[in-house]
Design a protein around this ligand. Structure first.
Ligand code: SF4
Length: 221
């Protein structure tokens, strides 16, 4: 029996089969990748293909003896679905495709994905990037997120879903892309310097307060 995360799998409810999910940065997938995923699902008799909330495609119901062959046939890297790390960067289409977009969420999301996906962190960490205040990437419940406006980016921190949901707090407004990316790095630094055990950023921010984070970032309180 494999543990969750081992060989990029998650054990399923039947306690016998596994889900695997290739890493698809920001949920952007090519027709060739889709064909490969579909072919692998058929070849190894998957029970289902499930689009996940983290913008992945999970191949569900794979037997343990097939796991290595599945990854070999996929030829793709493994998504970090479990563990204390940056799990996902959820991104809306932004100015690349969406008529309402005010900032290029897809470009920033791809950059964050390349930089952070799988990075070891004190607790699980999720990013969200939305091209406008409609927040289709659910920035408001992400640990670190951006929302595009006509004046630049709004940076949010400390949101999460789950059993103790919390809305993210506005940290800074009117940021350029470069400023927003640099500030997100500093938010992670603040998180690492204030965390106890495996707390999520939302819990740390709730305990320490937004002013502590803003002071660390050199922002007016
Ligand atoms: S958040 Fe705004 S830019 Fe992004 S998909 Fe939704 S409406 Fe479009």
């Amino acid at each position: 029996m494999l543990n969750d995360g081992e060989k990029g799998v998650v054990i399923q409810r039947d306690k016998q089969t596994y889900a695997v999910a290739p890493h698809l940065p920001c949920g952007v997938v090519t027709p060739d990748q889709l064909r490969t995923i579909a072919a692998v699902a058929e070849k190894y008799h998957a029970q289902a293909l499930k689009i996940t909330s983290a913008e992945r495609i999970a191949i569900v119901g794979i037997q343990e003896q097939d796991i290595d062959a599945v990854w070999n046939d996929l030829g793709m890297s493994q998504a970090h679905m479990v563990g204390m790390c940056v799990r996902s960067v959820k991104v809306c289409p932004g100015t690349t495709f969406c008529k309402r977009a005010q900032q290029d969420s897809l470009a920033v999301g791809m950059l964050w994905d390349e930089k952070y996906h799988g990075l070891s962190t004190p607790g699980k960490l999720k990013f969200g990037v939305s091209g406008c205040p409609n927040q289709c990437a659910e920035t408001c419940i992400k640990d670190i997120g951006l929302v595009g406006t006509a004046k630049g980016w709004r940076l949010y921190a400390g949101g999460c879903g789950g059993t103790m949901p919390r809305l993210a707090e506005l940290v800074a407004d009117g940021l350029s892309t470069e400023e927003a990316i640099a500030m997100a790095d500093r938010v992670i630094e603040w998180y690492k310097s204030h965390v106890k055990a495996k707390e999520r950023l939302s819990k740390v921010l709730g305990r320490e307060g937004l002013d502590s984070l803003k002071q660390f970032l050199g922002l007016p309180i």
